[in-house]
Write a protein that binds this ligand. Structure first.
Ligand code: C2O
Ligand code: CU
Length: 528
């Protein structure tokens, strides 16, 4: 067909008009941003084949619709899956050294390598693999270009001294310097629950930029008892870091952060990418055997959420959050994960020999058949060893929680269009709440803004007590570190404050929001 389509944005905030489907090169068939009150034409529309095209707004995932071109009909597009899935190098020692430096890495299947800021030369950085409960020292050395400035490393969902928690504006690693972080991997003398945690830069105002350019890696704590449960393990346990970036024609990453200078933050400044990577590669494939696999799904994007599903319609059996095993498995058709959220699932490829199965991201409003393909599993060969998912996975400690909410944190927007917590932007010199070491507190997190946020609490093993006044869904009944809060939503959480005094962070893990000031400090203090 021919013709043009123009879109008028009658609101005062930006929206995008983005196709769900991508071409075989992974780019969206159409994708335009329309500022508040503006009109834009969508150039690509004139070249679309007849079909029905689902579209959505990247900023507001609940704004969706369909565009019918010509006679309409189903549109199927998917990437070519040209390169194998890779797993980052693994580091197992008690004393680990990681050098941060600029390096060229293979991300896209064709053309030049992509220069990135890396941990030890790879993206994602090396996966740190440690038995839970064993002391681990990681020395991070800053050999990044001088222009990057100082960095700071946070072990997300870890439990460590305040000075080793990745303080945004103190205990920094300056250019040419290093810092050894102590990770005891214990809480109150007991091993932390085994889980897929991760490590990333946390520098004030620069976290989005530093993560975009590559400072992200996985941190896997293991527990031998998990293998005894019969869960798939070893080669049948695949951590998958899913994230998106935008590339220039020469395969370099775009730099979306220059536009930020002097423009303030607020809605519409969020960073998304137009190609989704799994373990640092665009649209990889993995040969698997007919059998059970544990996939550790991890969204490390700056802003976007993915609603994970399998193209064969089989369910994902969720067994863990990013902070440990759930009490019981939960069978789910799709799993929505926002930035920093993780979910361990068991998938079943039995009886699928010869099939190609995609891991997709679908929109909640659509069927699982027309999602975006993120990676492909090629089911081939002999059956995988037997594995199973037991009904009882873990016991969550149900200690007593005071009935009274000790602190309410409200996530909102101020009159100057900046993201805030309780009306304030982040200030590293201000402490927003004090907690006495050894106490248990009940906190309430409330989203008072018209946008979704992903709220992350540092340091403790958090439990979700209520979501919107009700018992949380079964997949939120384990330990948790990051909660999705849609507009108007609230959760009530609790933790025991153990082992360490000092300052820790609470923030939105949409990294542009964090950098814009949607972050606050709580301090654990000794009883006087
Ligand atoms: Cu993963 Cu404070 O962040
Ligand atoms: Cu946010």
């Amino acid at each position: 067909m021919g013709g043009t389509l123009s879109i008028h944005n009658t609101t005062s905030i930006p929206h995008t008009f983005t196709s769900v489907a991508t071409g075989s090169d992974g780019h969206r068939l159409f994708d335009v941003t329309i500022e508040g009150g503006q009109t834009k034409t969508v150039p690509a529309v004139s070249t679309l084949r007849d079909g029905t095209y689902a579209f959505f707004c990247r900023f507001h995932a609940n704004m969706t619709g369909t565009l019918t071109v010509g006679a309409g009909g189903p549109v199927t597009t998917s990437p070519d899956f040209e390169q194998p899935l890779t797993l980052p190098p693994r580091l197992h020692g008690k004393d680990i050294k990681i050098v941060m430096r600029k390096a060229k890495v293979r991300v896209l299947p064709h053309g030049p390598l992509t220069p990135m800021l890396t941990f030890n030369g790879s993206f994602p950085g090396p996966t740190i693999v440690r038995p839970t409960g064993s002391n681990t020292h990681v020395t991070f050395v800053n050999r990044l270009p001088r222009s990057v400035g100082a960095v700071t490393i946070h072990q997300h969902a870890g439990h460590q001294k305040s000075k080793f928690d990745g303080q945004p504006d103190s205990h920094l690693i300056r250019h040419g310097k290093k810092l050894t972080y102590d990770y005891p991997l214990r809480d109150d003398g007991k091993p932390l629950p085994a889980a897929l945690r991760f490590y990333h830069d946390h520098r004030m105002d620069k976290t989005a930029r530093n993560n975009w350019f590559g400072l992200q890696g996985m941190f896997l704590t293991t527990d031998r008892r998990e293998a005894k449960l019969g869960l798939p393990h070893g080669k049948y346990d695949l951590p998958l870091m899913v994230t998106e970036r935008t590339f220039r024609a020469d395969n370099r990453l775009t730099n979306p952060f220059t536009k930020m200078a002097g423009m303030g933050g607020g809605p519409g400044m969020e960073t998304f990418g137009d190609q989704v990577l799994v373990n640092g590669r665009y649209a990889p494939y993995k040969r698997v055997r007919p059998g059970l696999y544990r996939l550790r799904l991890f969204n490390s994007s700056l802003f976007s959420s993915y609603d994970f599903a399998l193209s064969n319609g089989r369910p994902l059996t969720q067994i863990a959050t990013g902070s440990g095993l759930l009490p019981h498995p939960v069978v789910r058709q799709d799993i929505l994960l926002g930035p920093a959220q993780r979910a361990d699932v068991v998938v079943d490829f039995r009886g699928q020999r010869g099939d190609d199965v995609q891991l997709q991201s679908v929109l909640p409003t659509q069927g699982a058949t027309n999602g975006v393909g993120l990676m492909q599993f090629r089911v081939r060969g002999n059956p995988a060893p037997r594995a199973r998912v037991p009904i009882n996975l873990a016991t969550i400690q149900h200690y007593k929680v005071p009935a009274k909410v000790a602190k309410t944190w409200r996530f909102g927007l101020n009159d100057h269009q900046h993201w805030t917590i309780n009306g304030k932007r982040f200030n590293p010199r201000r402490v927003d709440h004090k907690v006495v070491l050894g106490r248990t507190e009940r906190w309430k997190l409330v989203n008072t803004s018209p946008f979704t946020h992903l709220v992350h609490l540092h340091e403790e093993l958090w439990r979700t007590l209520r979501r919107d006044g009700h018992r949380p869904p079964p997949w939120e009944r384990g330990y948790e570190d990051t909660w999705r809060l849609d507009p108007g939503e609230s959760v009530v959480v609790a933790a025991r404050f153990t082992d360490f005094t000092g300052r820790f962070m609470i923030h939105c893990h949409m990294l542009d929001h964090e950098d814009d000031g949607m972050m606050a400090t709580f301090e654990v203090v000794k009883k006087r």
